[in-house]
Design a protein around this ligand. Structure first.
Ligand SMILES: Nc1nc2c(ncn2[C@@H]2O[C@H](COP(=O)(O)O[C@H]3[C@@H](O)[C@H](n4cnc5c(=O)[nH]c(N)nc54)O[C@@H]3COP(=O)(O)O)[C@@H](O)[C@H]2O)c(=O)[nH]1
Length: 738
C-alpha cells in the first residue's frame, strides 16, 4: 500500500526523471533539422540542392556568428560546417557548441589539405570530416550515417533513461513496502532484502545479506521455517500465510527468545527459476518471499482469546476454560484410574453485600475472594469463576476423599477473616458442594451438576459448610426447583396467609403479645410453614415482594382485631436482613401503619443477630429510624448468631428472644442451664424484655419462670393459628384477663 506520504515522495521521482529532451530524441519518423554553414554562396546552394530530396529541414548560415545564433535558437540534429569562414570558422563554432553543451552532431567540410583541420575537428567531437570537393554520394551517405548514429544514440539514451526510471521506481516500491521482501539463494542465504527488514528486525541489509535464514528464526518455529525458506514451488502450490516468529536484533545470539520481543511475520514464498517459470529442467536459483508483520494482530488475537477464556473481574479461568481443563483432567484420571474432585462454591448472602454496599464493592469482594481461594489451593488445582458469586474448583489426581475435605475446609477457613471494603469490615461465608469422579459422575456436566446439588444441600442446612454429593439429593433438588417455580406464582395466586402465635405471661396465662408467622397454602403439598419456603425466597430474590405482602397483611389483621377487642395486643413481625436493607423499609412501615390507623407502639420488629454482621452501620441507622417513629425492636434467636452484644447498646432494642434450641435443652427443674441464665441476666442488666420461644413442656415453663423469664411462646401454650382463630383467642383472653 502506498500511503499519502509515499505518494508525495513518489511524485518528485517521476518529475525528476524527465522524458528525453526534444533535442536528444530522434524518432525515425521525424524529419531531421540540418544546419549548412559555408561562406561561399555557390557551394552553399549546391549543398542545399544535394540535400533537398532527403526530406530534412535545412537551415543555412554564411558566417560563424550566424551559425552560432541559429544553433542557440533551435536544436539541430546535424551541422555541416565549413572550417574557414569570414568571422570565425568551424573549429570555433564547435568550441562554442561544446562550451554551451549544444547537442548537435557535426560534419566538417573543408578545402584544407593539411591534416590539422581534420584532427582539430575530430578532437572537438565532429562525427566526420569531408574534404572539398566531395562526391555527391559520399556526402549523402556521410550525412545519413551521422543521422543514423544520432538516432541510435538517442534510442540508447532513451532506453537507459527508461531503465533508470524503472529501476528507481521498483527500488522505491520494494523499499517502501510495508512488507519484508527478500530472496534467498539455493543454500538458504539472503541474496536480497528490502529496507523494511531494518525497521522490523533492527538488522541492516548488510547484516542480513549472505546470512542463513536459520539465524533469524525462533527455535520452536524452525521446522515450519524450513518449508518456507526452501520453497521450490510456484503458483498456487507455493507457501502462503505461514506464520513464523523471528528474533529481532536485540535477541540474536542472546539466549532464549522472550515472547514480547519476537516479531511474528506471515510468509508467502515461492521458488525462483532461470526462465522465471518452474518447468522441467529449469534452473532453480533460490526462493523469493514476502513477509508481513502480524505481531499486533497476534497480540490482539491472544488478548481476545484470553478474554474468551477468562473472567475479566477476577482474572480466573471462566466456565469455558474450566470445562475444557476439567475435560482433559477427566481423561487423565480415566487413563491413570485416579479420582478427581469438583467443587461448587457459592458465597452466602453475597446479594446482600451487592444490594447494600453497591456493585463496585461487590466486585471488590469477589476479587478478594478469588485471591484468597487461589492462595488456598495447590498449583495443579484449577479455580474458576462461573459468574456472579459462583466459583468452581477441580482437584486433579485425588489420592483420597480426605484431600477434598481438607481443601473444602481450607476454602471455608480462608473466607472466615473479615474483608475490608471501602473501610468497612464485611464478613461472608460460603457453601461448597463436592462431587468426585468417577463415583459421583463421569462427565463434566454430571460432576458440575452434582456438585451444584450438594452445594444447595449446604444452603438448605444453614450455609457456611461443605457437603459431598449423594444420589438422594436428586429428589431434594427436584422439590427445590418446583418449589421455586410455584413460589413465584404464589403471590399472584394469593396463596400466602399470616398465622399468629400468642406470647403468654406465664404467671397469669394471659396473652400479652403475638408473633406473625407466614404460611403458604401450597396447591399440592398443603400448608407449609415459613421455614419450609422462606429460605428459597431469600435465595431467589423474592424476599422483598413477599415481605411487602406480609407487612400489609399483618397490619390489616391487627387493625381488624383492634376493632373487635378493646385490649391492644403487641404484634411482632419477622424482618429479614434483605428486607431491612432494601432501602425504603422504614417508609414502607410508616405507610402501612398510616393506612390502617395503627399506633407504632403496637408493632415490634424481630431481627436476627446476624443482621449486624454485614453492615452494622446501616442496620443501626434503620433500627434507630424505627425507634424514632415508635416501633420497637426484638432480637430473635438470641445467642445463636455472631455475638452482637456490642451492638445491643447501639440499637433501640426492647426485647430479646431466647432461641428454642436453648429452651429444648431444659429438661430438669433443678439442673443448671448457663446459656439461658446468661441471656436472662443480660436482658435484666440492660432492662430489656425477655421472651422464651419454643416452650413445649411444663418443666421448661416452670424452670424459665423460676429463673426470671415469664413471657413465653410455644406449643405448650398455643400453636400458630389463623387470624380469625387468633381473634377468638383474643376475645376469650379479654374476658379472662380484663
Ligand atoms: N422474614 C420473615 N421470617 C419469617 C416470617 N414468618 C416466619 N419467619 C421465620 O421463619 C422461620 C421459621 O418459622 P416457622 O416455620 O413459622 O416456625 C416458627 C414457629 O412455627 C416455630 N415454633 C413456635 N413454637 C414452637 C415450639 O414450641 N416448638 C417448635 N418446634 N417450633 C415452634 O418456631 C418458629 C418461630 O421462630 P422465631 O421466629 O424464631 O420465633 C423463623 O425463623 C421465623 O422467624 C415472615 O413473615 N417473615
Amino acid at each position: 500500500m502506498i500511503n499519502q506520504r509515499n505518494t508525495a515522495q513518489l511524485m518528485p521521482l517521476f518529475e525528476a526523471a524527465p522524458s528525453l529532451p526534444e533535442r536528444a530524441s530522434l524518432p525515425s519518423s521525424r524529419p531531421c533539422r540540418l544546419l549548412l554553414v559555408d561562406d561561399e554562396p555557390r557551394l552553399l546552394a549546391s549543398l542545399c540542392a544535394l540535400l533537398a530530396d532527403s526530406g530534412h529541414e535545412l537551415h543555412t548560415a554564411t558566417c560563424g556568428s550566424e551559425a552560432v545564433a541559429l544553433l542557440e535558437q533551435m536544436p539541430f540534429d546535424l551541422a555541416l560546417l565549413d572550417l574557414r569562414l569570414p568571422d570565425f570558422g568551424g573549429h570555433q563554432i564547435m568550441d562554442v557548441m561544446n562550451r554551451r553543451q549544444l547537442d548537435t552532431n557535426v560534419i566538417v567540410l573543408s578545402g584544407e589539405t593539411g591534416i590539422e583541420g581534420a584532427i582539430g575537428a575530430l578532437k572537438r567531437g565532429a562525427y566526420d570530416y569531408l574534404r572539398k570537393p566531395y562526391g555527391r554520394e559520399e556526402l549523402l551517405s556521410t550525412v545519413e550515417n551521422a543521422l543514423r548514429q544520432r538516432r541510435l544514440e538517442a534510442d540508447n539514451k532513451h532506453i537507459a533513461q527508461q531503465l533508470e526510471r524503472s529501476e528507481k521506481l521498483y527500488r522505491y516500491l520494494v523499499d517502501s513496502s510495508p512488507d519484508i521482501i527478500y530472496t534467498l539463494n539455493a543454500e538458504g542465504r539472503f541474496s536480497f532484502i528490502n529496507d523494511r527488514a531494518q525497521q522490523l528486525l533492527g538488522l541492516s541489509r548488510s547484516e542480513l545479506i549472505g546470512n542463513h535464514y536459520s539465524d533469524l528464526v525462533h527455535d520452536e518455529d524452525m521446522e515450519r521455517a524450513y518449508y518456507v525458506f526452501n520453497e521450490r514451488r510456484v503458483g498456487d502450490r507455493a507457501s502462503r500465510n505461514i506464520e513464523l516468529r523471528l528474533k529481532s536484533a536485540a535477541l540474536r545470539d542472546k539466549g532464549p527468545a522472550v515472547e514480547n520481543t519476537l516479531v511474528t511475520l506471515s510468509f508467502n514464498s515461492m521458488g525462483m527459476y532461470g526462465n522465471a517459470k518452474q518447468t522441467e529442467g529449469a534452473e532453480f536459483f533460490g526462493t523469493y518471499g514476502v513477509a508481513r508483520d502480524v505481531t499486533e494482530r497476534k497480540r490482539a488475537e491472544a488478548m481476545i482469546s484470553y478474554h474468551a477464556y477468562h473472567d475479566i473481574l477476577t482474572d480466573l479461568p471462566n466456565r469455558m476454560l474450566f470445562k475444557d481443563r476439567l475435560g482433559l483432567a477427566i481423561m487423565q484420571s480415566k487413563r491413570k484410574e485416579t479420582e478427581l474432585a469438583v467443587m461448587f462454591i457459592d458465597l452466602d448472602r453475597f446479594k446482600l453485600v451487592n444490594d447494600t454496599l453497591g456493585h463496585i464493592r461487590g466486585d471488590e469482594l469477589l476479587q478478594q475472594v478469588a485471591t484468597r481461594l487461589k492462595a488456598a489451593l495447590r498449583q495443579g488445582d484449577t479455580l474458576a469463576r462461573l459468574g456472579g458469586d459462583e466459583f468452581t474448583i477441580f482437584l486433579p489426581e485425588l489420592l483420597n476423599r480426605d484431600d477434598a475435605h481438607v481443601v473444602a475446609r481450607k476454602a471455608l477457613e480462608c473466607l472466615q477473616k473479615s474483608f475490608t471494603l471501602a473501610g468497612s469490615e464485611v464478613h461472608i461465608s460460603a457453601s461448597i458442594g463436592i462431587a468426585v469422579y468417577p463415583h459421583d459422575g463421569e462427565t463434566i456436566d454430571e460432576l458440575l451438576c452434582h456438585a451444584d446439588m450438594a452445594m444447595y444441600q449446604v444452603k438448605g442446612q444453614g450455609k457456611n459448610g461443605y457437603s459431598f454429593y449423594e444420589p438422594s439429593l436428586h429428589e431434594v433438588s427436584y422439590q427445590k426447583i418446583t418449589l421455586e417455580q410455584s413460589l413465584r406464582r404464589a403471590l399472584e395466586n394469593d396463596e400466602f396467609e399470616m398465622y399468629y402465635q400468642p406470647q403468654v405471661d406465664r404467671p397469669t396465662g394471659c396473652i400479652i403479645g403475638v408473633e406473625g408467622l407466614m404460611r403458604w397454602h401450597h396447591p399440592e403439598r398443603g400448608l407449609l410453614s415459613a421455614g419450609e419456603f422462606l429460605p428459597f425466597a431469600e435465595e431467589n430474590g423474592l424476599m422483598t415482594p413477599i415481605s411487602d405482602w406480609m407487612l400489609k397483611a399483618a397490619c390489616r389483621d391487627l387493625a381488624l382485631w383492634n376493632t373487635q377487642v378493646e385490649e391492644r395486643v403487641r404484634l411482632s413481625l419477622n424482618v429479614s436482613p434483605q428486607y431491612l436493607d432494601c432501602g425504603d423499609f422504614v417508609e414502607k412501615m410508616k405507610t402501612a401503619l398510616n393506612r390502617h390507623g395503627l399506633s407504632p407502639s403496637q408493632i415490634e420488629v424481630e431481627i436476627t443477630e446476624n443482621i449486624c454482621i454485614r453492615n452494622p452501620q446501616y442496620a443501626i441507622e434503620q433500627l434507630n429510624k424505627l425507634g424514632q417513629i415508635g416501633v420497637s425492636v426484638a432480637i430473635d434467636d438470641f445467642g445463636t448468631g455472631y455475638s452482637s452484644l456490642a451492638y445491643l447498646h447501639r440499637f433501640p432494642v426492647h426485647t430479646i428472644k431466647i432461641d428454642q434450641s436453648f429452651i429444648r435443652e431444659i429438661q430438669h427443674m433443678h439442673a443448671h442451664y448457663p446459656v439461658v441464665l446468661a441471656i436472662i441476666s443480660i436482658a435484666k442488666g440492660l432492662n430489656l424484655n425477655v421472651v422464651a420461644e419454643g416452650v413445649e413442656t411444663e418443666t421448661q415453663a416452670a424452670y424459665l419462670e423460676q429463673v426470671g423469664c415469664t413471657t413465653m411462646q410455644g406449643f405448650l401454650y398455643y400453636r400458630p393459628v389463623s387470624s380469625s382463630q387468633f381473634l377468638q383467642l383474643l376475645r376469650k383472653n379479654a374476658a379472662r384477663c380484663a
